[in-house]
Design a protein around this ligand. Structure first.
Ligand SMILES: *Cc1c(COP(=O)(O)O)cnc(C)c1O
Length: 386
C-alpha cells in the first residue's frame, strides 16, 4: 500500500484510529458494476460523505475514471463537489427547499423536479436568470418519499414537455424493496415506472436517462437497469443484504484501523468498564484500543463486537466507551502499537460491514455513514497491479 498524500501519515501517527480507503478497489468495483449492467450508464452515489469514504476524494477519483454522472442527496453536497473542482454532472436527489434554485443553477447542478410546483419554481427562476436548468423528474412508484405519484404524473409530464427553461434530461424513481429476496414489490414498482415512461413518450418526453436501479436492483433485477443505474453501497464493495444473489463481485474499499494503546492483566472479581457489566472468572490479558462510540463505533455493540489483532479475532468486553474500548485476548500475545482491525482484513481474516451491522442491530449503510469526521481518512492504492 502506498499513501498518496504523505502529509496524512502525520495524522496516522497523531491518531492511530483512522479509515483507509483503497481507491483501486473502488475502480474495480466500478468496472465490475459496469460489466454487469451492459449499456447502462453508472451514477455512483456519494451522499453522506461518500458513505463514509470521503465525499471529495472519492469524487475526484471517479472523475479521473470518467464516470458520466455523480449522485448526492443535498444541495450542499453538490456545492462542495463543485467548489473542489469536480465538473462531472451531478444529480441532487433530494427535494428542493426554499429558495435553493438559484444556487443549483449557479453551480450547474441537476435538479430533481419532484412535483408540478417544484418544476414551476425551477422554470420561473431559470427564466428570471436567463438560464436553462437541467432537471430529472421524480416519480413515486411506491416509496412514498418524494416524487409525484405514478397515478397522477400527467400534469408534471405535460408541464415538463412544455417547459422552455428546463431541459428534462432524466426521469427516475426509487425502489423500496429491491434488496429483498422477494422481488414482487420491486417488480410492481418497475411496472408502474414503465407505464409512466410510456405516458411521458406520448407527450413527447424521451429523456436521455431513465433510471430506477439502486444496489439491490442492480444485483437482482437486470430489467430495471434501463439507461442508468445508481449504485451506492455496492460501489463501495458491500452487499445490501447477505441473502440476495451476488451476481456482481465487489470487494470492500474501506478498512477501519486502530492500534493497541494499553495492555494489562485483569484478575477475576475486577469488572471492566462503565456499569461493570463484564468480568472474567480467571486472569486474562486485556488490551485497550483508542476508538469508541464518539467515533461511530456503536455502543450498542458492547458485548457483541469482535476485532482483529495479529490475524486473530477477539471479543470487545464491557461497555464501549466514547473514546476507548477493551478487548479480551485471554492469554494470547499483543503489544502496544499492534495494528487493530475494526472493519476490514488482516492476515486472511475479515471483519465485515454486515457483521458490524448485525452486532449493532442495524444495516451496513449505517455502519459506514456513522464513522464520523473525527476519524481521519487516508487514501491508498494497490501499489502493484497485476
Ligand atoms: C441512496 C440512494 C441510492 C443508492 O442506494 P444503494 O442502496 O446504496 O445503492 C440510489 N438512489 C437514491 C434516490 C438514493 O437515495
Amino acid at each position: 500500500m502506498v499513501l498518496n498524500q504523505p502529509t496524512l501519515q502525520v495524522q496516522d501517527i497523531v491518531r492511530p484510529t483512522h479509515v483507509e480507503v483503497n481507491l483501486t478497489r473502488l475502480t474495480e468495483n466500478y468496472q465490475a458494476i459496469r460489466a454487469g449492467v451492459g449499456a447502462a450508464a453508472i451514477m455512483p452515489v456519494l451522499k453522506a460523505n461518500g458513505y463514509g469514504h470521503g465525499l471529495v476524494p472519492v469524487a475526484q477519483h471517479l472523475q479521473t475514471l470518467g464516470v458520466p454522472y455523480l449522485g448526492v442527496a443535498f444541495l450542499e453536497e453538490g456545492i462542495m463537489l463543485r467548489q473542489a473542482g469536480i465538473h462531472t454532472p451531478i444529480l441532487v436527489m433530494g427535494g428542493i427547499i426554499g429558495n435553493q434554485v438559484p444556487h443549483f443553477l449557479h453551480y450547474d447542478l441537476t435538479l430533481t423536479a419532484s412535483s408540478l410546483e417544484k418544476l414551476t419554481q425551477i422554470e420561473q427562476v431559470a427564466a428570471q436568470l436567463g438560464k436553462r436548468a437541467t432537471v430529472h423528474l421524480k416519480i413515486d412508484t411506491g416509496m412514498e418519499r418524494i416524487g409525484v405519484h405514478y397515478y397522477s404524473a400527467g400534469e408534471l409530464l405535460h408541464a415538463a414537455a412544455a417547459s422552455s427553461h428546463c431541459e428534462v434530461e432524466g426521469i427516475y424513481s426509487h425502489f423500496a424493496n429491491s434488496d429483498n429476496p422477494d422481488l414482487s414489490s420491486a417488480r410492481l414498482q418497475l411496472a408502474r415506472f414503465k407505464a409512466v415512461l410510456a405516458q411521458a413518450e406520448q407527450v413527447g418526453l424521451r429523456p436521455r436517462y431513465r433510471h430506477i436501479a439502486n444496489s439491490g436492483a442492480i444485483l437482482q433485477l437486470p430489467e430495471s437497469h434501463l439507461d442508468m443505474v445508481r449504485p451506492g453501497l455496492l460501489f463501495y464493495g458491500v452487499y445490501p443484504d447477505e441473502t440476495i444473489p451476488r451476481t456482481i463481485t465487489v470487494r470492500p474499499a474501506l478498512t477501519w484501523k486502530s492500534r493497541v494503546v494499553y495492555f494489562k492483566v485483569v484478575q477475576p472479581g475486577h469488572p471492566v468498564s462503565y456499569g461493570s457489566t463484564w468480568q472474567a472468572d480467571h486472569p486474562v490479558r486485556l488490551i485497550t484500543v483508542p476508538v469508541g462510540y464518539g467515533d461511530g463505533y456503536f455502543r450498542a455493540m458492547s458485548g457483541q463486537a469482535e476485532l482483529l489483532v495479529r490475524g486473530r479475532r477477539y471479543p470487545v468486553v464491557g461497555r464501549i466507551c466514547m473514546d476507548q474500548l477493551m478487548v479480551n485476548i485471554e492469554w494470547e500475545t499483543a503489544y502496544n502499537g499492534d495494528e487493530v482491525i475494526l472493519l476490514g482484513e488482516q492476515d486472511g481474516q475479515q471483519i465485515s460491514c454486515n457483521e458490524l451491522a448485525r452486532w449493532a442491530n442495524t444495516i451496513p449503510y449505517e455502519i459506514l455513514t456513522n464513522i464520523n469526521t473525527r476519524v481521519p481518512r487516508i487514501y491508498a492504492a494497490d501499489s502493484a497491479r497485476t
